[in-house]
Design a protein around this ligand. Structure first.
Ligand code: SAH
Length: 293
């Protein structure tokens, strides 16, 4: 399915290409080709595919599991922590009713969107610039019997083409490091109803006590992304009518996940950079919830 097949047809489709820059094309090909075991094997645990990190303490018993079963136990545990992260994000969306609409900005393989629909029973639209993710997530929606309410579109979150003022809640789960925040929040400000809620979970670097650290630069290079400084989020939100109601520092809560992941068979090689950046205080894992004024 493409964006043009959704019931709400993004207005720009046919006029403007979804991918506008070489940078966006390189991100799209990265995600189109992505088959990382840390994403696939964890998703296979229960069919919720996440491309974000986990929070909360892991059960130390997994490390004591019999050697031949230990790897699988660690994978199940990491998946539980990633699902817990999405639950905390959804906790911050506020009161969402079955007639509301939600938007998942940078929806990946769809995990958080399916959880949102399960929880609120409402319509959810996900947008991603990866066509293979769109196909994967829409196939999942059919398999789950929710294709009428949960739809994924090949669309750019900087310019979705969706109608103005019709969306009650928007979230970005680890996607804002790929875009210009001013452009993003101008679009979200346009899409949200007055009083609508935006929730962001992101890694950001600490520009209060320093600049971009070596470990943060390593993370940028690993994912071809551009991690923003903490202050940039609040400036871009304020400039676009998004008023923070909650800021939660999840840094301490995400460290155990990275420690477990570093010891697992699905470690991707970037674990030490995350652990260093978090421990030295140059990087934060932040949740920001804001209301549309
Ligand atoms: N939020 C998902 C996926 C995170 S991975 C999850 O939690 O599982 C990052 C996602 O951002 C990918 O799906 C990528 O395609 C998407 N993305 C990056 N730039 C984008 C843009 N400009 N518009 C829409 N999606 C974008």
């Amino acid at each position: 399915m493409t964006a043009t097949e959704g019931a709400i047809r993004p207005a720009h489709v046919g006029a403007e290409p979804v991918l506008r820059t070489d940078y966006q094309r390189s991100i799209a090909s990265y995600w189109n080709a992505e088959r990382a075991p840390v994403n696939i094997r964890l998703g296979e645990v229960d069919g919720l595919y996440h491309h974000h990190y986990g929070i909360g303490d892991y059960d130390p018993a997994v490390l004591e599991t019999r050697a031949d079963l230990r790897d699988e136990a660690m994978i199940v545990e990491m998946h539980r922590l990633e699902t817990a992260q999405a639950d905390v994000l959804l906790d911050h969306l506020g009161d969402i009713g079955p007639n509301d609409r939600l938007l998942d900005g940078g929806s990946g393989r769809g995990g958080t969107s399916f959880m949102a629909h399960q929880r609120f029973g409402c319509r959810v639209d996900g947008v991603t610039i990866s066509e293979s993710q769109v196909a994967f997530a829409n196939a999942q929606a059919v398999e789950r019997g929710v294709a009428d309410s949960v739809r994924f579109h090949f669309a750019n979150m900087l310019d979705t083409g969706f109608e103005s003022g019709a969306i009650r809640g928007i979230w970005t789960n680890e996607t804002t490091m790929y875009v210009d925040l001013h452009e993003l929040y101008a679009e979200f400000g346009r899409l949200l109803t007055r009083g609508g809620r935006y929730v962001c979970i992101t890694g950001c670097y600490n520009d209060v006590t320093g600049g971009r650290s070596r470990a943060v630069s390593q993370i940028d290079q690993h994912y071809i992304c551009n991690i923003h400084p903490r202050s940039a989020y609040f400036k871009a939100m304020a400039a676009n009518g998004l008023v923070p109601i909650n800021v939660v520092d999840l840094t301490a809560a995400t460290i155990p996940y990275w420690e477990l992941r570093a010891r697992s068979s699905v470690a991707s090689g970037i674990e030490d950079a995350f652990l260093t950046a978090y421990r030295e205080g140059s990087f934060h894992y932040l949740l920001i919830a804001a209301d549309r004024a």
